[in-house]
Design a protein around this ligand. Structure first.
Ligand SMILES: Nc1ncnc2c1ncn2[C@@H]1O[C@H](COP(=O)(O)OP(=O)(O)OP(=O)(O)O)[C@@H](O)[C@H]1O
Ligand SMILES: [Mg+2]
Length: 382
């Protein structure tokens, strides 16, 4: 589309006026534009301003193809995206050009009557410029965002794949000797019940086994087929986990309250579910240990018709609402020595057991809630 322009006396006079005042206009504009980034190229901005000025002047004295305006708008949008400039800043600077230009033409000697259509034309050109440049700017930003997301998810997948490969060979190399060392310690304990330090050695080896198993769960090798389908009383595994963590609970001076339903059973893999509760409780211990308040962890259950909900809560520092979205993602950690796979493993295991896990957190309490289907057989027995 082409913009039809009158070529009468007033318009020509204005064209000359604009050509004469180009430098003054650009100086004034560059002086007032918003430029936050130190890396922004003022010379380039001025050059683009000058091109826009020429286009507007041309549209007043000659014909202007909308394509010329579009080409400039797309060029400027691309440069602004590359310079990573804030969109508000970009639009502000365009509109600043509009208002300086309109103010400037009103100081020319042209009558108000002659000026009115000219101002309409300037406004239209600027509106179109904003539309073309704004749309292109958004398109380019979206493409950049998609590329970034793709890169992140690809890197993520690569890291998981590497971790999977590492962990499966790692597990094979370490787990067998570890199991046999633990077996021999048991024998030693039977033969020499008074031999010191065996309990400490056993606890340390169990911790090591937990870590190794954690990696196993992140590995793709650990398919559903490898999991067991046992009937498990939730209370027993929670108590085993609390016992396992007892030394850390005591040494960190934590009050643990529990109110766990004694009968409810679920079907699943005992070790996997233990792993989940161990991760959640270890996180709770870490959280309450961060501050010097009275440290409290509570474990309670709620049983509905066909599901049980286990709530593990602590009064440590809150997880803010932005972070809560990421905590179940692999490698997300805020701890110096964390790997960030604990909650990722929990989510995988719980979902494999047809359950749900979520977290809510505020200044007073952080709660992890796990819901699992209750064993159907169980219902008949009760
Ligand atoms: N109970 C909690 N209270 C506060 N923050 C928590 C809690 N549980 C988890 N988080 C936050 O979620 C992050 C991820 O937890 P996750 O268990 O996945 O990894 P980690 O504990 O950092 O490392 P690890 O792999 O050793 O478990 C933690 O680093 C922490 O910031
Ligand atoms: Mg953890």
């Amino acid at each position: 589309m082409e913009t039809k322009v009158q070529t009468d006396h007033g318009w020509n006079k204005l064209g000359q006026f604009l050509q004469m005042n180009e430098q003054a206009f650009l100086d004034l504009w560059v002086e007032q534009i918003i430029v936050h980034s130190k890396n922004d190229n003022i010379e380039l901005i001025r050059k683009n301003g000058s091109l826009m000025f020429e286009l507007i002047t041309n549209s007043i004295v000659n014909k202007l193809s909308e394509n010329d305006l579009k080409t400039l708008a797309h060029k400027v949008a691309k440069e602004r995206v590359e310079a990573n400039i804030n969109f508000g800043e970009f639009v502000y600077n365009i509109n600043l050009g509009r208002s300086i230009l309109i103010k400037s033409v009103t100081t020319s000697e042209i009558t108000m009557e002659e000026l009115r259509p000219i101002i309409d034309l300037i406004n239209r050109q600027f509106d179109l410029f904003c539309y073309f440049s704004g749309s292109r700017y958004t398109e380019l930003k979206d493409i950049k965002l998609q590329e970034k997301n793709l890169f992140i998810s690809q890197t993520h997948k690569d890291r998981l794949a590497i971790l999977g490969q590492m962990s499966s060979s790692f597990v094979h190399e370490f787990r067998n000797p570890l199991t046999s060392v633990m077996g021999f310690i048991k024998l030693l304990k039977n033969e020499y019940p008074k031999l010191p330090y065996l309990d400490i050695i056993t606890k340390e080896l169990e911790q090591l086994k937990f870590r190794i198993t954690q990696f196993l769960h992140t590995s793709k090798m650990n398919t559903v087929n490898e999991s067991k389908n046992e009937e498990i009383t939730i209370k027993y595994i929670l108590e085993e986990v609390i016992d396992f963590l007892y030394p850390s609970i005591v040494s960190s001076n934590i009050q643990v309250n529990s109110n766990i339903d004694a009968n409810t059973r679920v079907t699943g893999d005992r070790n996997e579910l233990k792993q989940v509760f161990l991760n959640l409780l270890m996180n709770a211990v870490d959280a309450v240990s961060e501050e010097d308040q009275v440290r409290k962890i509570s474990i309670c259950t709620k049983v509905d018709h066909d599901e049980i909900t286990v709530m593990i809560s602590n009064n440590g520092p809150a997880i803010n609402s932005d972070e809560v979205k990421f905590i179940f993602e692999p490698f997300y950690t805020t701890k110096k020595l964390g790997t960030g796979i604990g909650l990722f493993v929990c989510k995988n295991i719980i979902e494999k057991h047809n359950g749900k896990i979520n977290c809510s957190s505020n200044e007073d309490l952080t709660v992890f809630q796990i819901t699992l289907p209750i064993n159907k057989m169980d219902e008949k027995e009760v």
